[in-house]
Design a protein around this ligand. Sequence first.
Ligand code: NDP
Length: 478
Amino acid sequence: MNFEYAAAPESRSVVKIDPVYGHFINGKWVNGSAHFNTINPATEEVLSSISLGSAADVDAAVKAARNAFDKSWSKLSGRERGKYLFRIARIMQERAREFAVLETLDNGKPIRESRDVDVPLSAAHFFYHAGWADKLEFAGVDTTTAPHGVVGQIIPWNFPLLMLAWKVAPALATGNTVVLKPAETTSLTALLFAQVCQQAGLPDGVVNIVTGDGSTGSAIVNHPGIDKIAFTGSTEVGKLIARAVAPTNKSLTLELGGKGANIVFGDAAIDETVEGIVNGIFFNQGHVCCAGSRLILQENVADEVLEKLKRRMDKIRVGDPLDKNTDLGAINSAEQLAKIRELTAAGEAEGAGRWSANCALPENGFWFAPTIFTGVTQAHRIAREEIFGPVLSVLTFRTPAEAIEKANNTPFGLSAGIWSEKGSNILWATQQLRAGVIWANTFNKFDPASPFGGYKESGWGREGGRHGLSAYLKGSAK
Ligand code: NDP
């Protein structure tokens, strides 16, 4: 039976978007000399004009961060730093609806996700790190060492506010100051966060936000006044940054791409597994580095799982991200849509079987129907490359050893999922899998206390938990 849903749009009146934004440097708004538009990817409506950060803007931000580090932030006790972090977390909670609507407008993700996942988890990261700020000696990190100083942070567009929280909260808790660049297509919640820093009375220059494109990111990476770089984004840009940082004294953490294997054993509870598969690949339009983008099914249950999965996919509601009923929103940009189309066309050309959910897509904006490919082999591009969209590649296996071999046959190593009734099977498989995060009978669960990061081309270092703290202290970790 199909249920009809009346539209239930969230009001955007809670959000005030300025026509033009400057950078946030030394606690003040500084207009850039050049600008670019940010649009709503669901409608292509221009939302605002954003400053394009130049090398001079980055230099001003680094000087402000250095000055704040030397004169105020490094002189504060952990207890005092913690108070600011608590204050930021509380203000984020108070302004949660504003953040959620703004994130959905600028990114295209469903309000259900920005409201229930991105914003609460972002506040939780500040609360969690506020708690550690005065207890670092109990965190198991080397507290005889000092904070790095000025940290340059570059984040992507898939979880704009959450990635900011993952970066800024541990940096401040450990006593560093920050120059952060949001992604070109999703600057607005970072700029709202700058207002929160002002509201919290954070000393000037502790957090600086310079908006811009790849050239702005590159200016941060190459600035001699920065002590550590923390980057989340593509493996390609991660490699460029690793090369740029290699001959310097800068520390570096990289959180890069993935091609997560979601392995379903024959004894799994099929209905729950189907929900987990849907959450694993269609959450956030599949714009998730740890997405379960390769489904690896035991042959004896493959037909049943695929039949139930297709039936479930036909019920995914695609459309207006501000509608509270929507499950799958807009693709973040025309460029990302072109990349998804190119890779899915390659999947068809290489002989995999394509099936898409039967859903009407809006006319304006950037959209892609939930899609699966069956008959995928290891040689196919759609099995090897990150699609970063609502597209699932399905492979099959006969023996557990074959499942592990296929799951590990990737240049990435960020995440994996295991679906099985047997604890012994789950423990055996987790020991064989080469992935930073492994979920059992669930997928895409995040918690500030849980470290996150990858092996191989998925990156260096961990974010979150006590491991993430050590990345922001000299000598504790690279
Ligand atoms: P990028 O790696 O290009 O962007 C990530 C961040 O780095 C953005 O802020 C970007 O700025 C900035 N940047 C770009 N070039 C440079 C540079 N040379 N030096 C320093 N910073 C730079 O990812 P994209 O957004 O272009 O996405 C491309 C692909 O990356 C996706 O299709 C996906 O496969 C993968 N990806 C993976 C993510 C993950 O979480 N692992 C997240 C996002 C993307 P700007 O936005 O202005 O270009």
